[in-house]
Design a protein around this ligand. Structure first.
Ligand SMILES: Nc1ncnc2c1ncn2[C@@H]1O[C@H](COP(=O)(O)OP(=O)(O)OP(=O)(O)O)[C@@H](O)[C@H]1O
Length: 247
């Protein structure tokens, strides 16, 4: 793929004697929303750790916008525009929704530093837009601790979006959500990432179906299959390895 924003070539990673990736090749195009699925232990979270620099590969290339980022430190990779949302929400529950965004936007993790500086107008405008996109405008002055589990996940997505990342990695954004929250989150993600690039690890097949994006199945060290949800769901080997007979 010539216009790939993320281009992973022949990536190898072992933990001890266990090969997690053996010559993994994966490309994600600019503006694409990509779901990654695979059985437990397939290496989905490890892949995010390799992309973001938390782990080092044994060999191979990870190119982001045509630059090999394999050996760059975590903060440098984040600065290039790769944002990540971890699986468990980690918002400050005792702060308002708005102040969670302000803290994330100023990079100050200490409230007294936040309140001692004037709010930057650019940041406030970005925060307003983000709040709207993650459907939390009406909750801006409420404590984050009073949000539902699903809304906390949305706030975290908002926090990741605040700095306008060029590529967003979401690790199981619907973990722990109810069925209706999961469906609403698929719609929200489609809206938020309409003109953006994101890779989403997800276990919930109803979410993957609703998102209707291209899907990559990881299994046994590499890409087992890539295609639309319907193509993936119809593939006998994928059904056997991952989806189970009910798919
Ligand atoms: N830092 C580490 N050191 C040693 N082994 C690890 C490390 N991180 C992950 N592993 C192992 O690598 C394999 C892949 O783990 P990983 O968490 O990437 O899988 P996953 O596809 O995200 O799984 P799940 O669907 O359960 O979240 C697992 O066997 C795991 O135990």
């Amino acid at each position: 793929m010539g216009d790939a924003m993320l281009d992973i070539r022949n990536l190898n990673k072992k933990f001890g004697g266990l090969a997690i990736f053996s010559d993994l090749n994966l490309q994600v195009g600019k503006g694409e929303l990509r779901c990654i699925i695979g059985p437990n232990g397939a290496g989905k979270t490890t892949l995010f750790n390799l992309i973001t620099g938390r782990l080092r590969s044994d060999s191979g290339e990870i190119r982001f916008e045509d630059r090999d980022i394999c050996r760059l430190p975590v903060n440098e990779i984040a600065r290039l525009g790769i944002g990540r949302k971890f699986q468990a929400p980690s918002v400050f529950e005792e702060m308002t929704v708005w102040n969670n965004l302000m803290v994330a936007g100023t990079g100050h993790r200490r409230a007294h530093r936040l309140f001692s500086t004037k709010t930057d107008a650019g940041l406030a405008a970005r925060a307003e837009r983000v709040l709207e996109s993650v459907r939390l405008t009406a909750r801006r002055d409420d404590l984050a601790g009073s949000l539902s589990h699903g809304q906390k996940q949305w706030l975290e997505i908002g926090i990741v979006m605040l700095n306008d990342p060029r590529l967003v990695l979401l690790d199981e954004p619907t973990a722990g959500m109810t069925v209706s929250e999961t469906a609403e989150t698929a719609d929200l993600i489609q809206e938020v990432f309409r003109d953006r690039t994101a890779i989403i690890i997800e276990h919930d097949i109803s979410f993957v179906r609703r998102l209707d994006s291209r899907v990559t199945v990881l299994n046994r060290g590499g890409v087992m299959k890539e295609g639309s949800f319907d193509e993936i769901a119809a593939d006998a080997a994928v059904r056997k390895a991952y989806l189970g007979e009910e798919a």
